[in-house]
Ligand binder design. Structure first.
Ligand SMILES: [Zn+2]
Length: 298
């Protein structure tokens, strides 16, 4: 099982990262993706890709600015976007260096040459996406500020051929508008997807995967459960598992922080609403994760 969206750096997970990773490993998690949320988070996340953590569990990371944490002063935005661009350029350069020194890779002018053994150090976590970014129709940050910052993320994902991690809340129509306006033709994941079959299909047509999390564990979430049942019948190659820990508690675990090792609850719920075995759900969502996030050599 791979947790494709977990905020390991946020309390209480961030205060004992080793324990959170160990618990996850003991409960069958093979890998975790931690999205970036603020400039301060980027350096913290970079540490998670180091060997000491990869020895427990590989942690992949993304660089991004979550809409929740954007300043409301539009004057501060250009500097923030510049910071984002510089951080991504640095991370891409670091990733290139890491690949070149990885076993089986020979450095060339074009970057890394894949060999029969493959080129990527899969045992180690790495920077491999842009996000978390998106649009939120439920917060006080001006939507024009959100759009400006979101479009900067889209441009970076396009420029570096990286997948983008999308946040949505009351904003599917705005996201589609922005994807069209920016002519984004890349790939990505709509994290914590909830919505109709029609909306799900529109994202899939655009090359997006859909992150399925704790919402599905609640029987009352009928619309999302119906949509996900449809995805399990028709689009098993477009879904990912996620916890969004420490947020989005699973059914029966309300009042306590969500943890990556509860990911199995999502698998159980998916098996309940389909005729797919839990082990098959785990295998296919892991393969989907690898396809989306495992980048081609830079
Ligand atoms: Zn998130």
């Amino acid at each position: 099982m791979i947790d494709s969206h977990c905020h390991l750096n946020l309390a209480p997970l961030g205060t004992n990262i080793t324990e959170a990773l160990q618990l996850a490993k003991q409960n069958g998690i093979e890998r975790i993706m931690v999205p970036g949320i603020t400039p301060e988070s980027w350096e913290v996340l970079r540490q998670y890709t180091k060997q000491q953590y990869s020895d427990i569990l590989p942690v992949d990371t993304a660089i991004g600015l979550h809409p929740y944490f954007l300043p409301s002063d539009i004057g501060a935005i250009p500097t923030l976007i510049k910071k984002l661009e510089e951080a991504v350029a640095r991370a891409v350069a670091d990733a290139k260096g890491g690949l070149r020194s990885a076993q089986g890779c020979s450095p060339t002018a074009q970057g890394c040459s894949p060999t029969a053994q493959g080129c990527q150090p899969t045992a180690q976590g790495r920077f491999c996406a842009i996000g978390e970014t998106g649009l939120d129709g439920h917060i006080s940050v001006d939507i024009n500020i959100q759009k400006q910052v979101f479009h900067a993320h889209i441009a970076l994902a396009d420029a570096y051929d990286l997948p983008v991690i999308l946040h949505h809340r009351k904003s599917h129509h705005l996201l589609f508008e922005s994807l069209k306006a920016t002519s984004f033709s890349g790939r990505g994941v709509v994290h914590a997807f909830s919505g109709s079959i029609d909306i799900a299909e529109r994202y899939i047509e655009r090359g997006f995967y859909l992150g399925i999390g704790g919402t599905i564990t609640y029987e009352r979430a009928k619309k999302t459960r119906d949509t996900v049942a449809h995805l399990l019948r028709n689009h098993t190659d477009s879904i990912l598992l996620e916890t969004d820990a420490p947020d989005m508690p699973m059914a029966g675990r309300q009042g306590q922080p969500n943890m990556p090792h509860y990911l199995k609850d999502v698998v159980t719920a998916l098996a309940d609403i389909s005729d797919i075995e839990p082990s098959e759900i785990e295998a296919l969502t892991s393969a989907n994760y690898e396809r989306l996030f495992r980048p081609k050599p830079f």
